[in-house]
Design a binder for this molecule. Structure first.
Ligand code: SF4
Length: 364
């Protein structure tokens, strides 16, 4: 896929002299740059607009996990919001009341806040990602942010960075000294789902080629099958993509694989109807979970997870596999254990990272 090129960049005067804006000017020579005192939330979505604002809240957030389900304890480095890849199921359509691509110009403060956090909590491992409110690499060809973040994490002793994407924009990662502390991660789905629900993102072939290249560059990898969708012939589709995944990369390079069945806040259904009228995904049978989100019935979720885990475990029984936002009974039924038996989900993921870090970059 080709990098996006917004034609209009609206910048808050507070951050107009930032390094980020300088990089954007260099990488978008034909765009119109406008400086305003304050960027206003707009009601209409315009994929040609990129906004750069000063972010005034906490730049390091906890993953919005929900009560009653096991949460991975992941922290989010908040560098921007929204995404123009427009996946039909994207939760950002319902979550954010500002619809355009937005970056935070105060990158220096992001790193300062992060340094303080790591120094104040030196005894724990910090698993930090950037792909919760946007795609981690969608704007990287324009911002070069990975060229700042990856070397920063390489110098830390107690943190790893997960860059989660549906793009193949990995050029900036080439040649960086990552010290094995950056995990490049891809969301994957079946070919049919990618074509119908994620048509603007990189093809599965492009994503797997990018993953393979990152593995060759010594990066560790992660994969997220989320959302898993139930549709006719889903078994064939998911078995096929798992086969392609393990043909493309050595499982020893993979730190973890997550599985998450489709779930959504009730308000998202209307958004999907309006914005993606051809999508059939909100018309299945759902029940409301303990977190207020609509989910497939438990039998369907167990079936999806069991099917995936059986294939993955045949390839590598030691691979760290986890469920996103599920409770103990589903874990036991689908995977045969509860995270509590292994010290909790957070501890499981910490161990998965530490076992790879001991091996060292490039030696998986
Ligand atoms: S890539 Fe992620 S953030 Fe972007 S539209 Fe798709 S689900 Fe949303």
């Amino acid at each position: 896929m080709n990098p996006i090129k917004p034609s209009r960049v609206i910048i808050e005067s507070d951050v107009s002299n930032s390094g980020l804006v300088e990089t954007l000017r260099a990488n978008l020579p034909s765009a119109r740059f406008e400086i305003v005192e304050r960027v206003r939330d707009s009601v209409r979505r315009d994929p040609n607009i990129l906004e750069v604002v000063r972010f005034r809240g906490r730049l390091l957030k906890s993953c919005p996990g929900t009560q009653n389900y096991y949460c991975c304890g992941y922290r989010i480095l908040h560098f921007g919001t929204q995404c123009t890849l427009d996946c039909t199921y994207c939760i950002l359509q319902a979550y954010l009341n500002q619809p355009n691509l937005r970056l935070f110009g105060n990158t220096g403060e992001i790193l300062e806040e992060l340094s303080t956090e790591l120094e104040q909590n030196p005894d724990r491992l910090h698993r930090i990602g950037t792909g919760e409110f946007t795609d981690s690499l969608l704007l990287d060809p324009l911002t070069g942010l990975s060229k700042v973040l990856v070397p920063f994490f390489a110098r830390t002793k107690n943190a790893v960075l997960e860059l989660k994407t549906k793009t193949n924009f990995i050029e900036n990662l080439v040649g960086l000294d990552h010290n094995g502390r950056a995990i490049t991660a891809w969301s994957l789905n079946s070919e049919q789902v990618q074509r119908s629900e994620e048509p603007k993102s990189a093809t599965l072939e492009e994503r797997l080629a990018a993953a393979r290249r990152c593995a060759d560059l010594g990066y560790f990898l992660a994969f997220h099958f989320d959302p898993l969708l139930e549709y006719p012939n889903w078994r064939t589709g998911y078995a096929e993509i798992l086969g392609r995944l393990f043909d493309a990369v050595d499982p020893a390079r993979i730190v973890w694989i997550s599985l998450g069945a489709f779930r959504f806040m009730p308000g998202l259904k209307q958004k999907i109807r309006e914005r993606h009228p051809r999508s059939r995904i909100p018309y299945g049978e759902f029940i409301k979970g303990l977190d207020g989100k609509m989910r497939y019935f438990r039998d369907i979720r167990v079936e999806l997870y069991s099917f995936m885990s059986e294939i993955i475990r045949k390839v590598d029984p030691s691979l760290c596999l986890y469920l996103c936002m599920e409770g103990e009974d589903i874990w036991r039924e689908a995977l045969g254990f509860s995270p509590e038996e292994r010290g909790g989900l957070s501890a499981m993921l910490d161990i998965a990272v530490e076992s790879k870090m001991k091996v060292g970059p490039g030696q998986g």
